[in-house]
Ligand binder design. Structure first.
Ligand code: 5GP
Length: 188
């Protein structure tokens, strides 16, 4: 997606450890016009896929997921990182955070992830695929079906994309970063 790649090259910044900072248009300040185009592109790429629900993880996945849900007129569910005391019928899994270097629990109510659901997972980044694997676990626990996974940015020098595709999952990434070596952003 050209507009996204141009924006990453213009505004993205590299941090040690292979981290790309895009917090002036995705992760902190958000660009709704670009986010709308991101939603349109996801809809185009998953046009042949049977989906009845969009799922993401709070917080940064919510903006692209809501765009996709809005365009497809489907509900959007976000997995929560803190279990609300009022939430019953929870499905829970543990995820290792690449950027924070620690594990955290994510949970979703069985009321909103149900047997027979065909879910599209949308998130901001794909790195080692830990958040994605957590969602796969929740989808399996619910007896739902994973229809596909869409990421705004995939870092191809980490293993997540390869592992998910090897499992036969339909993965779409709108910008694929080949390398951040020497603080230089190289996009496929
Ligand atoms: P994974 O679970 O695939 O290892 O990592 C994906 C999650 O970690 C994303 O949801 C994102 O929040 C965060 N993440 C991973 N790599 C980066 C990065 O280079 N930059 C930013 N901003 N977030 C990242």
């Amino acid at each position: 997606m050209k507009a996204l790649k141009d924006r990453i090259l213009k505004d993205g910044r590299c941090f040690p450890g292979g981290i790309l900072k895009v917090d002036n248009f995705i992760n902190h300040q958000m660009d709704p016009i670009l986010m709308k185009s991101i939603g349109v592109e996801f809809v185009r790429r998953f046009a042949a896929t049977d989906i009845n629900k969009v799922i993401t993880v709070e917080a940064s996945g919510i903006a692209p997921a809501i765009m996709v849900g809005y365009l497809l007129e489907l509900p959007v569910v976000f997995a929560k990182k803190k279990k609300p005391s009022t939430m019953e019928n929870m499905l829970t899994t543990t995820v290792f955070s690449f950027t924070k270097n620690r594990t955290y629990d994510v949970c979703v109510s069985k009321d909103f992830l149900c047997p027979g659901d065909k879910v599209l997972f949308i998130d901001d980044f794909l790195a080692n695929g830990n958040a994605a694997k957590g969602i796969i676990d929740l989808v399996n626990q619910a007896g739902a079906e994973l229809a596909g996974m869409g990421f705004i940015i995939e870092k191809a020098f980490q293993e997540g994309g390869k592992e998910l595709r090897e499992q036969g999952i339909h993965v779409e990434s709108l910008a694929i970063i080949e390398s951040l070596d020497n603080c230089e952003i190289k996009i496929k």
